[in-house]
Design a protein around this ligand. Structure first.
Ligand code: 2AM
Length: 176
C-alpha cells in the first residue's frame, strides 16, 4: 500500500510579510496567550485534504495544474480568537471573490476525490497562535496589511522532532 501524507492547498505569505506579522505579534500578545506559529509556517489554507494516498495527491495535482484562476489582493484587517480549536487568527473583512472561488473550486475537487471537507463555511484566516484555549486580549487596533496572491501551493504537514513543518511540494501561478 502506498504511503499517505497530510496535505493541504494554501497561499503562502511573502517573507517580508512574515517578518512584519511576527514582529507585530510579539509586541501585541502576552507570552502565555498561545504557541506562536513559526514565521515560515504562516499560511492561509484554501482546502485541507487530510492524510491522503500518493494516487489521490497525484490526481489533485493534475487538477490544480488545470486551474486558471485570477490573481487577487486581500487586506488583512481582521483578527479573531476561536477558543475551541485554540486559534488566534488574522483574516480579512472583505474576502475577494477570486479567493472565495479558488477555495471553493479546490474544496469541491477535494471532496470529489474523497477528502472529507468541513461542513463549516470557509473562513479565510492565517493562524497566528495555537493552543490559545483561554480568553485572549486581542489588540484594539487591527493591522491593514495587503497580501498579493500570485500563486497557490500544495503543502505537506510533517511533525518532526517536536515541530510541525509545512513544506511546499508544488505551486501553480494565478493568472494576471
Ligand atoms: P488552522 O490553521 O485553522 O488550524 C495544516 O494543518 C492546515 O490545515 C492548517 O492551516 C489548519 O488550519 C488546516 N486544517 C487542519 N485540520 C483541518 C480540518 N479538519 N479542516 C480544515 N482545515 C484544517
Amino acid at each position: 500500500m502506498s504511503e499517505s501524507r497530510r496535505l493541504f492547498f494554501a497561499l503562502a505569505l511573502p517573507p517580508a510579510l512574515q517578518r512584519r506579522v511576527i514582529r507585530w505579534r510579539a509586541a501585541h500578545f502576552e507570552q502565555d496567550a498561545g504557541r506562536p506559529v513559526a514565521a515560515a509556517n504562516l499560511h492561509l489554507t484554501l482546502a485541507f485534504l487530510g492524510e491522503i494516498s500518493e494516487a489521490r495527491a497525484a490526481a489533485l495535482r493534475d487538477i490544480a495544474g488545470r486551474i486558471h484562476s485570477p490573481t487577487f489582493s486581500l487586506t488583512l484587517d481582521d483578527l479573531g480568537h476561536w477558543p475551541r480549536p485554540g486559534v488566534v487568527w488574522l483574516g480579512t473583512r472583505r474576502a475577494p471573490n477570486a479567493l472565495l472561488q479558488l477555495a471553493s473550486l479546490l474544496r469541491s475537487h477535494a471532496a470529489r476525490n474523497g477528502c472529507h471537507q468541513s461542513t463549516l463555511p470557509f473562513h479565510p484566516h492565517i493562524s497566528l497562535l495555537r493552543g490559545a484555549t483561554r480568553p485572549v486580549a486581542l489588540p484594539a487596533a487591527t493591522p491593514q496589511w495587503q497580501l498579493d496572491a500570485t500563486e497557490f501551493g500544495l503543502y505537506e504537514s510533517r511533525y518532526l522532532r517536536g515541530r510541525t513543518r509545512y513544506q511546499c511540494l508544488q505551486s501553480w501561478p494565478l493568472v494576471m
